[in-house]
Design a binder for this molecule. Structure first.
Ligand code: GUN
Length: 284
């Protein structure tokens, strides 16, 4: 029987701490501001954006919801990003991904001022993370690390296996665990004998986007299992990359879907926005 890591409860705790920080900043005359930009009508993105705006409202952070049509050109989006870069009342800029095909994601990400890049996707921020000196961490990996820390799970010297190598989750996640002194392995779709690798993991972090892909035989007895997946099962029900019912009895700790990593991602976005506002205050 695993300890179930309650991402919702840990998230609420952190949001309480952040709300206190925001209130103090407001007393000193600064309201943190986040601009969220959504191009097109992807239903999942619409839900994520709505949740981000709602979290801002809950914490007293100023938010702006910029919705652009699906046929927006790259030039139009870049013009909006540059305008938001110039605004003093906007400390964080988040352009929801994926973007429509006519827009190059990299061009847009690199146009965001690095000090407003609350996703930490800009090459400058990525480079700083690799070097271990950074102001922002990408929201999902930061949320995973916070879940591990606040659950009192030691990381140093542990075998950590990350399944998935995306720029948003897998790669930065591996780097963070390395900074925490884990021995880190990154697996992906071409990995040979994946289960032999995952079975060595003391800490297994899965971000591949395939419903219930990780089965009990792929997990070591007592392992910490962190599920970043947001998938649909054969009945259309929300589930993760881990077969929770099968793996939970074998794991030491496990995150559920929903209610695990998901709430933490948005909480870390709020944290980055507050950090961006604080740093902007220091530069004035
Ligand atoms: N799409 C899926 N995850 C993310 C994220 O963390 N940030 C942005 N901007 N878009 C996403």
């Amino acid at each position: 029987m695993a300890v179930i890591i309650d991402g919702k409860a840990i998230s609420e705790q952190i949001r309480g701490e952040l709300a206190a920080g925001v209130a103090a900043m407001k007393q000193n005359g600064t309201t943190p501001g986040l601009a969220v930009v959504l191009v097109g009508e992807d239903p999942a993105s619409q839900v994520y954006v709505r949740n981000k705006i709602r979290a801002c409202e809950q914490l007293g952070i100023h938010s702006e919801d910029h919705r652009l049509p699906a046929d927006t050109t790259e030039g139009e989006l870049l013009a909006l990003v540059r305008e938001l870069n110039r605004r003093e009342d906007i400390h964080g800029i988040l352009v929801q991904l994926p973007l429509p095909r006519q827009i190059r994601e990299r061009a847009v990400i690199e146009a965001i001022a690095p000090e407003k890049d609350v996703d930490a996707f800009h090459a400058q921020n990525v480079g700083q993370i690799v070097q271990g000196q950074y102001d922002f961490l990408p929201c999902t990996p930061a949320g995973v690390l916070e879940l591990i820390r606040r659950s009192g799970i030691p990381v140093e010297g542990k075998d950590c296996v990350v399944v998935g190598r995306s720029n948003i989750v897998g790669k930065p996640m591996a780097m963070l665990m390395l900074h925490e002194n884990a021995t880190v392995t990154i697996c992906h779709s071409r990995t040979r004998d994946l289960s032999a690798v995952t079975r060595r993991a003391d800490i297994l972090i899965v971000a591949i986007g395939r419903a219930k892909f990780i089965t009990a035989d792929m997990v070591k007895e007592g392992a910490v299992v962190i599920d970043v997946g947001m998938d649909r099962d054969e009945n259309g029900k929300l589930c993760g990359d881990v077969d929770f019912a099968a793996v939970e009895p074998k794991a030491g700790y496990i995150t559920p879907v929903p209610g695990g990593v998901g709430p933490m991602t948005i909480t870390m976005l709020m944290k980055n926005t507050v950090t961006a506002a604080r740093l902007a205050g220091g530069r004035r």
